[in-house]
Design a protein around this ligand. Structure first.
Ligand SMILES: [Zn+2]
Length: 847
């Protein structure tokens, strides 16, 4: 059964085929009209023409197999739900008894009635299981397993389908998977070589793990920055399955991992969710034991960070689990492990097939309990904080609303009352007077637990050893003034995020505010259309308006080359939902006049970004995504292997992503870079890229070192037991915690911000304030506002640099110690990056 988002135009297709070949037409009609009985269905090997596991299947063939099965049985329905950046198909199949497939929509509504989202009779005796494969593209055995799992479900395991709807997404990340599969198929030896030294076991940068923009899709569920996530959430929210499995792979020498997960667990996880993962794990163990396969549970993989494929489903009612098979981008078709045994693709896929079917079995055998517990989950949302009240400018509010909509989280407007509670910016009790543009998000809604997980100021940690960042609270990430209230806050409806300007025409100039990343998208668009744009470096008052530093000014006098300047400008403003103000005169009542050197023109910038070997692919991807998707502005990626300072003469700015540059910047390269900066070039260094300059002659960046006296340290240190070593090690680490910093917003890097900023710090490395530079964003106090910080790690953070600028000759370096583009979710950091590009020491150099 096929239902596509873009249904085939059958008539025209048949007509075309008829003209070409009558026989084909007959075959075609017989295929769609007469379902083949299950005995005749081709298994994956028969369909593909090679034995499953003997090569990596390209994504389109996987889609073909799922479509073929859907066309030939009434137990499977195919649904395309979108396309990737590289236009590959995203699709799921629904697998169940023919009767259930017929009544899919009724079952869905009954299921969501238990969640309080729909309002019909309640589902009692059917389970909904969602299996997601290959989120990391080079963990490629699971998509192979998905084909066998589908086949086995509708043949030998069809009894489970009587009371279970299985939703299968054969590949969450098709672009990454094909990057891996195509590469592997090109380099594999014949026969394949099991020696780990062979090139088929050593993937080149950036590997197949991430998606097109090199984002880790298993870190993106909650932030939904990527098209794969955005399109998936639309159907995921239609189903909110009882159980969700995310299939992965890990190092080649590891045994199989399945649930239960290890602490820390997030507080919103219920006892039932904990308990049922254990029951499912025990069922897998039964099959793995029978085959003599090794596995482990309760280690390594925790349930805290809300943006994984196990936690996110858990925070919206499901039992979310990660299964990990040994393999990964190293294993290929076969590889010799440490113990001398050979791990084959077939081993990998049969393990994932076994755990997948065992999961469905457990769902099918526990439908009554699963449904009653699912219902309880949604009706028991009694948390300490009932409402979160957020105050911010319109652009920030619009950005957050867009995210809430993706998760189908409800929100409302504040009603003008005074609200008291926990204040995010002081960590103290206090109150805030609300206005109707303030946003209120409460936990008394079906997505209440997700609201708590995303908005609460501090996530409670039951254990400090975790896999990822420990703080992500959205009011900090978006830069809102916020209060968490222990009482439910009343709201009114009616947020609209569209802005339509109808400014007075024929005035002296148009102006725009500058306080959100979306303002730089408007700027980028204006520059691309050859508007001449200025910005003010000092606050001013003109025509009764207050223009803060950084405000955009587009004068009529500058733009005589436009036939209809007003129309062109207003159209662009409306396209970006930005409000255009006008001023009547070049004469300012306060601050610089329009002709002042403080009202500077912004020229188009030619930007180079280092890419490839040595750069962190995640960081490079974040920059690529920033330019292409967030502000739509051109840049040139230069491979590190082609890099030399001589090439930079054609650019204003070089951006160096986070990375591990080792020998790439030797003395002569660094000297070349420095002389380019002297001539007016600008470098923006992110995270690890700052190590290129730290403590080097001619650069002002200096690492902070521990002030602790060594002997004191030794005296105080207790003897550490071997088994406690890992716990001791984390005392020196920060795995993503939120700190309050101070901003010098008179510097262009700080334009558009207030006097403080909450930064997400991901490591303990820290740098002193610049002696001969601008310390624009500074961490003065080392107390984390949210998240885990190792007791030893925070020592060096007091009075350390977060973002700063050092002038060298006519150019400069912008040091960004923390990464403002991390996973593209820290909304409030992005404007610093735009400021660094367009406002800070803007080169007027003609190229
Ligand atoms: Zn993975």
């Amino acid at each position: 059964m096929i239902s596509e988002e873009y249904p085939l135009d059958l008539k025209s297709l048949i007509k075309k085929i008829m003209m070409k070949h009558r026989l084909l037409l007959l075959l075609f009609i017989s295929l769609i009209a007469v379902p083949i009985s299950a005995q005749q269905l081709q298994n994956p090997s028969e369909f593909l023409g090679y034995k499953l596991g003997s090569r990596f299947t390209r994504h389109h063939k996987v889609v073909d197999y799922f479509k073929y099965i859907a066309q030939n049985t009434d137990k499977v329905q195919f649904q395309k739900y979108g396309v990737t950046n590289e236009l590959r198909t995203l699709a799921v199949v629904y697998v169940s008894s023919a009767n259930n497939i017929k009544n899919l929509e009724t079952i869905r509504k009954q299921h969501l009635t238990n969640a309080g989202i729909e309002n019909t009779s309640e589902l009692k005796d059917k389970a909904v299981v969602w299996l997601s494969y290959n989120v990391h593209g080079n963990e490629a055995s699971s998509t192979e397993a998905s084909m066998l799992t589908l086949y086995k479900l509708i043949t030998e395991n069809k009894k489970y389908l009587e009371n279970t709807v299985v939703i299968m997404d054969p590949c969450i990340n098709p672009d990454g998977r094909d990057r891996y599969a195509n590469w592997y198929n090109q380099v594999v030896a014949a026969p394949n070589n099991n020696n780990p030294d062979a090139r088929e076991h050593n993937e080149p940068w950036p590997s197949g793990r991430p998606n097109h923009y090199l984002f880790d899709l298993n870190r993106d569920w909650a932030w939904a920055t990527q098209v794969e996530t955005q399109q998936r959430l639309k159907i995921y929210n239609k189903w909110l399955p009882h159980i969700h499995v995310d299939f992965h792979e890990q190092g080649i020498n590891n045994p199989y991992y399945f649930a239960p997960a290890v602490e820390p667990y997030h507080e919103v996880i219920t006892d039932w969710q904990r308990e049922f993962q254990t029951q499912i794990g025990k069922n897998h163990a039964k099959y793995f034991d029978k085959n003599g396969w090794y596995y482990f549970t309760k280690e390594s993989f925790d349930l805290l960070y809300p943006s994984y494929g196990d936690t996110y489903p858990t925070y919206v009612g499901g039992i979310g689990m990660t299964y990990e098979q040994a393999g990964h981008g190293r294993a290929g078709l076969g590889i010799t492990k440490r113990d001398g045994e050979i791990l084959t693709l077939w081993d990998r896929l049969i393990h994932h097939t076994t755990s997948g079917i065992s999961t469905v079995e457990m769902a099918s055998k526990n439908t009554a309990k699963i449904n009653s517990e699912f219902k309880k989950y949604f009706h028991d949302n009694d948390f300490k904080y009932k409402s979160y009240v957020l105050k911010g400018n319109k652009s920030k509010t619009n950005a957050l609303i867009a995210l809430l909509d993706k998760h189908e989280i409800k929100y409302g407007r504040a009603t003008g009352k005074n609200i008291s509670g926990y204040k995010y910016d002081t960590r103290l009790k206090g109150s805030m007077k609300t206005v109707s543009s303030d946003l209120v998000i409460s936990t008394d809604q079906p997505k209440g637990r997700l609201v708590k997980a995303l908005f609460e100021p501090v996530a409670k940690l039951s254990d400090s050893i975790t896999y990822d960042i420990t703080a992500w609270s959205l009011p900090y990430a978006y830069g809102f003034k916020a209060i968490a209230s222990e009482k439910l806050v009343a709201t009114s409806n009616g947020f609209t995020n569209a802005t339509h300007s109808t400014p007075k025409r024929d005035s002296y100039a148009y102006t725009f505010e500058w306080n959100h990343i979306s303002d730089s998208k408007l700027l980028a668009d204006l520059l691309k259309q050859n508007f001449r744009v200025r910005f003010t470096r000092k606050e001013m008052t003109n025509s009764g308006q207050n223009l803060k530093s950084g405000s955009l000014i587009i004068t009529r006098g500058d733009n005589k080359h436009f036939k209809n300047f007003d129309n062109a400008l207003i159209t662009t403003a409306n396209k970006h939902s930005k409000y255009a103000n006008t001023i009547n005169s070049g004469f300012s009542d306060k601050g610089p006049d329009m002709g002042s050197s403080d009202v500077r023109e912004i020229k188009n910038q030619k930007i180079a970004v280092l890419s490839g070997k040595y750069t962190s692919s995640l960081s490079y991807g974040e920059i690529q995504y920033f330019f292409e998707q967030e502000i739509n502005y051109p840049y040139t990626a230069i491979n590190t292997t082609d890099f030399s300072a001589n090439r930079l003469d054609n650019y204003h700015t070089l951006i160096i992503p986070n990375g591990y540059y080792g020998g790439l910047f030797n003395k002569s390269t660094l000297d070349g870079l420095k002389s380019w900066i002297r001539k007016g070039g600008k470098v923006i260094a992110i995270g690890g890229a700052n190590r290129i300059f730290a403590n080097k002659k001619g650069f002002g960046l200096k690492t902070k070192s521990s002030n602790d006296k060594k002997d004191k340290d030794e005296k105080d240190s207790p003897i550490i037991r071997y088994e406690e070593l890992e716990r001791d090690r984390i005392k020196g680490s920060i795995t993503g915690a939120i700190f309050k910093t101070n901003i010098d917003n008179s510097h262009p890097l700080g334009f558009g911000y207030g006097d403080s900023y909450f930064t997400l710090k991901q490591g303990a490395r820290s740098y002193k304030y610049l002696k001969n530079g601008y310390n624009v964003v500074r961490l003065e106090n080392n107390t984390a506002f949210s998240g885990f910080t190792g007791s030893k790690a925070v020592n060096n953070l007091t009075k350390s640099l977060i973002f700063g600028e050092e002038n060298i000759g006519r150019g400069s370096i912008i040091y960004m110690v923390d990464n403002p583009l991390f996973r593209a979710f820290w909304d409030n950091g992005k404007l610093f990056f735009a400021n660094a590009i367009f406002y800070t020491n803007p080169s007027m150099k003609k190229l």
